[in-house]
Structure formats: C-alpha cells, structure tokens
Design a protein around this ligand. Structure first.
Ligand code: C2O
Ligand code: CU
Length: 454
C-alpha cells in the first residue's frame, strides 16, 4: 500500500522521510538526508507550499522517520494547536503515525516550515521548506513591482568527505556554547552554487530564507541594486541595502534589478567576515533586454490584520540572556534545581533565559489576551543570538537605548553580544507560545522558554 493512502483523512500529505540529495557538485557522493515530500520524491528543501493570504494550509503529516517529529510553520500567526512546537502545543508524531495540520495564514509574506522536535538534529538533516503566503491582489507585474519572483532557501551543512552528514556530534557542547554547529557546505535551494538566469534590466523579487541551524548569513548582491521590501514576511518601506544579515530563520524579500548588459559575473555573496566573501549562487544575465522598470520600487501592500502595540499600557517583561563560552554564568535553574555552570554542562546546558536553562516546565510570564507586551532583551553573553517569538510578530523599538529608525516588524531578531533590544507586540493569540534562540544548538542547550496568553 502506498504510504499516502494510510493517512487518517483526505488532506494532502506531507511526508517526512529518509532520502538522499545531491548537495555537493556532481561526481561527489549524494548525502543521506531527512526530507519532506508531497509526491513520491522527497526534496531538499521540502516542497514549496503556497497559499493566498487569508487562505488555509491543510496537510496530513505522515512520519516515516525513525523517530518522532512535528512541523512548525515559522512566522505564521497561527492557531496555537497547529503551531507544531512539540511537546508544548502537541505531542510529537511517532514513527508511522500522522497528524492533521489545518490552519489559516492571515498575513502575506515569506515564511518557512521545519521540524520542531529535536530540531537541532532534524533541521540539520534537512527537514525544512518554504511557505509562501501570497498577496490577495497580485503585486507582481504592477508598475514599480517585479515581473517575477524567485525563492532562495539558504542552508549550511556539516558534511564528511563521503558526503554524509557528520554524525556523533549532535550533542557537541563546545559548539553549542560558542556560535553553534557550523557547516562546511552551503546550498541554495538544495544545490551547490546554482546559476539563475536573468534578462537584462529584469526586476525580480527574491524571497531569501535562512534555514541553517546556526549560521548567520550576511548576504550581498553587488551589481543588482538590491532594495529591501520585507523582513520576516512583513513589508518595509523599500530601502537600499548593502548587506542583509539573516540570522537562522530570518527572511528578507529583496527586489533586484539586473544590469543593462549581459554578464555572468554576478554573485549572491555570503560575507564570511574579515573582508572575505564566498559565492553561494550566481546570476547569468542574458537574452533580450526587458523594458526598464520604473525607478522607484513599489512597496508591498501593508498587513491589515496585525494589531499595533499600545505602549501606554504595556506589560513589561525582561529577557535576560546569559551563558555560553567566554562569559558563562555563575548558576541557573534546570528542572527546578539551581546548578553551577559545570553541573549545567553535565546536563548539556550552556545557556539560560532569566536564570532558567531549558525553561519549559512553567511559563516565563502570562498575558491577558489583547495586552501589549514590551520585552527588553539583554544579551549578556559573548555571542549573537536570533531570538524567535512564536505566534506573534513584534516591532523592534530600540537598540541599546536608541530608537530604531525603521521600527521593523519581525518574528526573529538578531541581537549582538552585549546588546539590549526592546520589542513590543500585542498578545492577541491565545495559547502557549515558545520564545527561543533560533540558533538551534543554543536552543537545545538551554535557550528556550514560553509564555501563555489567555
Ligand atoms: Cu522556527 Cu520555534 O521555530
Ligand atoms: Cu543563540
């Protein structure tokens, strides 16, 4: 019997299954991965799921992996029961079992889905894909907009010489106490160094998603006049950008303009620090030139469904980030017991939020439905972190006490070492919502907690 006919209901199937992928150039051995599929062949990244804003995504997850899994729909302001944050919002789905996901996507934008059970390992094995929520009225083709779009899923893999994913280092506490599990192989849409064709003067909307477990990706698009139009799905007033820094889980929608003359020399560059860049993909400019696009970039229509924070009556909540190498912490609570740093590390813990490592036993705070939450995130560690709030998008108010010029609205914020960032959001979605670092090695070694909205 075909696996899809075993599903419990009539929804389209999303299988999580073992497969292989050619992550390295042809001639090198393929990599055994865990991947999603809707049809028979599982792909890296998983199949792109598309829905119009206000529409429903319905999928029966069928777990063919050797261990339990669950799917989180990252950035969607979703019904709590569908959030996939195992074990907080659902039990992880055992091998051979199914779970029906059925939810509305209220806000247009670029999102993604990924495993949310043992995610440090499961996402690193490939369980991630793009989720695109389309504008109700098409933006593509309008004056000043792009003529087409391209989804670029950026990933970072730690591979052995035989092409397999490095095993036996999943619990590497040294890496987890530093910047996390760093890969040695980058892919764009599951391929090494793909080439994308553009026509001269063509204007294209890139939907860039960083699905790496731990690597921050500063991206440059030299020669393509990049304009940022959305962050984490939420529109921004179009602005010129040189480097777009994407923490794990962050997305950027960027409009690019291909040059007038044909060229093969244009790269999507990853800034690796100290002035070094590596090319992740390249653009090949050829063919009949398109008519030049209007000079000003057309903004995306604004969201209509997200309530604005009311700072006059906000509930203030601190989020103190401590731990990691170089600073450590004197002590933290772990499962109700206060421990010194050494003892914490013997439990695989290296990080804490508000003095608690792996704070899943009780909520960090509770909020009445509709209340504005003003959070002050203080990073007392020596590393940057990408902090993600489930079920809500927040406004970035200040950085180190200075009002943020853009007031971007996001679901994941990158906070540098010793930085203090204030964010605000309306707790308008009832349920239990996780807050965690999206460097999944950090999350697994303590950087997680949750809050309750009722
Ligand atoms: Cu992208 Cu808690 O997840
Ligand atoms: Cu972190």
């Amino acid at each position: 019997m075909a696996p899809h006919s075993r599903a419990s209901s009539q929804l389209p199937v999303l299988r999580a299954t073992a497969s292989t992928a050619q992550l390295t150039p042809k001639g090198y051995p393929p990599t055994p991965v865990w991947a999603f599929s809707t049809e028979d062949a599982a792909t890296i990244p998983g199949p792109e799921i598309r829905v119009k804003a206000g529409g429903r995504v319905t999928r029966t997850l069928f777990n063919e992996l050797p261990e339990p899994t669950a799917v989180h729909w990252h950035g969607i302001r979703i019904d709590n029961a569908m959030d996939g944050a195992a074990p907080l919002t659902q039990a992880a789905v055992p091998t051979g079992a199914t779970f029906d996901y059925d939810f509305v996507c209220p806000d247009p934008g670029t999102y993604w889905y990924h495993s949310h059970n043992r995610s440090r390992e499961q996402v690193a094995r490939g369980l991630a894909g793009a989720l695109i929520v389309e504008d109700v009225e098409p933006w593509l083709g309008l004056p000043g907009a792009a003529s087409r779009e391209l989804t670029l899923v950026l990933d970072d893999w730690l591979l052995d010489e035989d092409g397999s994913i490095v095993e036996g280092r999943w619990d590497d506490l040294h890496a987890a106490a530093h910047a996390g599990r760093m890969g040695n192989t980058a892919t764009v849409n599951g391929q090494p160094y793909p080439v994308f064709d553009l026509r001269p003067q063509e204007r294209v909307r890139l939907r860039i998603i960083n699905v790496a477990t731990d690597r921050i990706m500063p991206i440059n698009l030299p020669g393509l006049s990049p304009k940022l139009i959305a962050l984490d799905g939420h529109p921004v007033v179009p602005r010129d950008v040189e480097t777009v820094e994407l923490a794990p889980a962050q997305r950027a929608d960027i409009v690019i303009d291909a040059p007038v003359s044909a060229s093969t020399q244009i790269g999507l560059m990853l800034d690796t620090g100290r002035g070094n860049q590596v090319e992740l993909a390249s653009f090949n400019i050829e063919g009949e030139p398109m008519a030049a696009a209007q000079e000003t970039t057309r903004p995306l229509p604004s969201w209509t469904t997200r309530p604005r924070p009311d700072l006059s009556s906000a509930q203030k909540e601190p989020l103190l980030i401590e731990g990691g190498a170089m600073r450590g912490m004197t002590e933290a609570m772990y499962h109700g017991k206060t421990m010194g740093f050494r003892e914490l590390t013997s439990h695989g813990m290296a990080w804490a939020f508000n003095g608690v490592s792996h704070g899943m036993d009780e909520p960090m705070f509770e909020a009445y439905l509709g209340r504005t939450i003003l959070m002050e995130l203080s990073n007392r560690s020596a590393f940057p972190h990408g902090i993600h709030v489930h079920g809500h998008h927040f406004t970035i108010l200040t950085r180190n006490g200075v009002s943020d010029p853009h007031k971007d609205v996001r679901d994941t914020v990158l906070i540098g070492a010793d930085e203090v960032v204030e964010i605000a959001f309306v707790a308008d979605n009832p349920g239990k919502w996780m807050i965690h670092c999206h460097m999944l090695s950090h999350q697994a070694s303590g950087m997680m907690g949750w809050f309750k909205v009722a």
